[in-house]
Design a protein around this ligand. Structure first.
Ligand code: NAP
Length: 276
């Protein structure tokens, strides 16, 4: 029998995450909370982190029933708090198999009103902090990695880093630039960290319900759905599914990619009539 036929391709084996450990930044709400739940339900020990202790405590209380979860309040844009995060992960788990850089910020304003500090805050959170935290977590990720089961860094980018954002009535200059930069950082870090058995990939979501999208959903939900070839926004399971793939044996050879999960929005011009 050829070797390949001795291996299990059963979904439960191929996509198993059992025994892994993960840190999800921005895990106290929105997509981060959903990813944390998905990981916990699949046997991963999870640390969630965000700035607000209150939000972390609340999220932890709701996640505890799904598995082994811990929480720490930490601002990823501050070096001293990233240090706390690394020390916490080391104390709790000893090593780390999955780092999900999900914490993110946005700022929407017309060009004339777009403030320098708003632009800087978005860049600090969405790109600078991802680089710094990934660098600082590398020793712990390396500790958990092997050539057959690399550790994984998964960056949460955006379809807005692929195309020019659709909801142009609220321009988000810094956000789309930061996400495009994050996609490219993903590629450069993937090449650099491969020799340490750490893969780096990005997921580029389209629109999903969260605090970040409250405003646009309230005001432009019809436009958003019109612009998506599937005519709808994303569902939580569709984010969990891609994270599970990237973190599992099935995703071990996927490296340096940016995977859109946006119903085809970023490659479409939308379904509205051209005369609209
Ligand atoms: N929802 C979408 O449609 C969508 C689409 C594309 C991409 N994304 C990306 O998905 C990620 C999650 O966004 P979301 O939609 O779930 O928004 P969200 O509900 O507002 O969640 C953002 C999370 O990040 C945390 N956070 C923000 N700044 C932080 C900092 N400096 N340090 C640590 N944690 C911080 C927030 O908690 P605290 O306030 O407690 O810090 C919160 O837990 C972001 O990177 C976003 O760009 C979302």
């Amino acid at each position: 029998m050829p070797d390949s036929l001795g291996e299990s391709f059963v979904t439960a084996d191929l996509f198993s995450l059992e025994g892994k450990s993960a840190l999800v930044t921005g895990g106290s709400s929105g997509l981060g909370l959903i990813m944390a739940k998905g990981l916990l339900q699949n046997g991963v020990k999870v640390i969630i982190a965000s700035r607000s202790k209150e939000k972390c405590d609340e999220a932890l209380a709701s996640l505890n029933e799904f598995g082994d979860c811990r929480a720490i309040a930490a601002d990823v844009t501050k070096a001293s708090e990233r240090k706390l995060l690394v020390e916490f992960a080391k104390k709790e788990f000893g090593s780390l198999s999955i780092l999900i850089n999900n914490a993110g910020a946005n700022w929407g304003a017309k060009l004339e009103d777009y403030p320098d500090d708003g632009f800087a805050k978005v860049m600090d959170t969405n790109i600078n902090a991802v680089f710094s935290l990934s660098r600082d977590m590398t020793p712990l990720l390396q500790e958990a990695s092997s050539s057959s089961d690399p550790s994984r860094i998964i960056n949460i980018g955006s379809m807005d880093g692929i195309h020019v954002p659709i909801v142009q009535r609220v321009p988000t200059f810094a956000y789309s630039a930061s996400k495009a930069a994050l996609h490219h950082l993903t590629r450069t870090m993937a090449v650099d960290l491969a020799s340490r058995n750490i893969t780096v990939n990005a997921v580029a979501p389209g629109f999903f319900a969260s605090k970040m999208t409250d405003y646009v959903f309230e005001n432009f939900k019809d436009d958003i759905e019109d612009d998506c070839p599937l005519h709808r926004v994303g569902k939580p399971a569709e984010i969990v599914g891609i994270i599970n793939y990237l973190a599992s044996r099935a995703g071990a050879y996927t490296n340096g990619t940016v995977i859109p999960v946006d119903g085809g929005t970023s490659i479409s011009k939308g379904r509205r009539e051209w005369t609209d």
